[in-house]
Design a protein around this ligand. Sequence first.
Ligand code: PLP
Length: 490
Amino acid sequence: MLFVETRGNDGVKPEKVSFSQAILSPSASFGGLYVPESLPTLDEAFYHSHLKSSYKELAYDLLKRFGIDIEDSLIKEALDLYDRFDDPNNPVPVVQVEEKFYVSELYHGPTRAFKDMALQPFGHILSVLAKQRGENYLILAATSGDTGPATLETFKNKPNIKVACLYPAGGTSDVQRLQMVTEDGENLKVIGIEGNFDDAQTALKNLLASSEFKAFLQSKGIKLSAANSVNFGRIIFQIIYHFHSYLELMRKGDINFGDRINLIVPSGNFGNALGAYYAKKMGLPIEKISIASNANNVLTQLIKEGRYDLRDKCLIQTSSPAMDILKSSNVERVLYDKFGPARTKELMESLNENDFYALTPKELEALQEDFDADFTTDNEVLKIIKEYVEEKNYLMDPHTATTVKLYKSHRNMDNIAYSTAEWTKFAPTVYKALTGKDKNIRDQEALEAVSQMTGAKIPERIKALFEKPIIHDTVIPKEKIQESIIEFLE
Ligand SMILES: *Cc1c(COP(=O)(O)O)cnc(C)c1O
């Protein structure tokens, strides 16, 4: 399989690249992204043949059908990392919460958020490729809390890769911060930025635009890659679990092949939803992909009204910080798929220049064939968490709670909602939901209290965080970042 570019080709970059090229250097012409030229399609026999497969067997078969230029043995090694999940036989349990409402839990990996689903295998493949080529890569990450821990965890002590991770000091939960600042590994640098996530992200953008920094990297022979979901190496692993979740319902005998179901995805950068879209195109019987947002509801507006409009919006901090995003990168890949490179380039340029684009009525109709959307406020999230603990005995994190409203408007068919984080990453919000107390509680105390109230277990890895030594204590203003990263790379 080869990859082409969402905004067309600039005549300098190759017109098509292989999978390994697309993941090592993910930036495409005109600031665009790499997308597969075509997708494999799967017939009914595929599903029946996988009814007894493990997650890894299913994943291996799917990856082979993509025809990626990665050796079989490396694919297998990468998939073996799912053995580090709670249940190696089923890394993604699908739990029925009530009639017509299932939750597919993507958070059973080492950092307790769905980022592990892709970053675990992807990190291994990237570092082996770098080593085979004798190249050195720097991964720069700005994180609001989940990408950081998962990126550090997958790359720690890996050869030929260094990671510098920027997080907003005071802008993450205690658990998320500790997951980063206690992570040891010679090749890792974690830097707290004085400011919010926007500041961290701006700092990263400035760094990437700095000619001084580029010259420094060149002099050291260090190349830049990326570990966020602009990298197709993340997306490919985020296609698999949609098939797995559907198969789980078939295995339970709750659906037959061909029954259409609804998928509900708590969305930020749209990587998870894009994986669902590709799965649908590959033949998975999905009625709609329902995009759940929080108060940062740009995607709801896009899908309902056909306008991507940031002119009157600023980022709102919510209890589901991984979804606090205004520019959702992977929407671009859907635009490309539906409207082609010229139109995508036009729309994306309008977004960058005018903070705005509008789809034509026909284009909006095409988008709505696959997607619908709604958003949930923080207050509603609190009520939902409490209601589901008390009435259904199911504990969900604030991101997962944003899916419930969307399921309620699709009661005519089975719904699978994705749970993207374990409650333990957001214990103070869950505590507030269950007790109604709005006091400033630290994560450690909230974890204990919620665990006592609900009987939910706290994983050893989370408990241990509070005892581990702090390794990265750098907190600096954003002007000092370049200096700090250069010092680390020296
Ligand atoms: C990253 C993340 C999301 C958003 O996923 P996208 O693929 O960026 O849309 C949602 N919830 C949690 C907990 C996350 O970590």
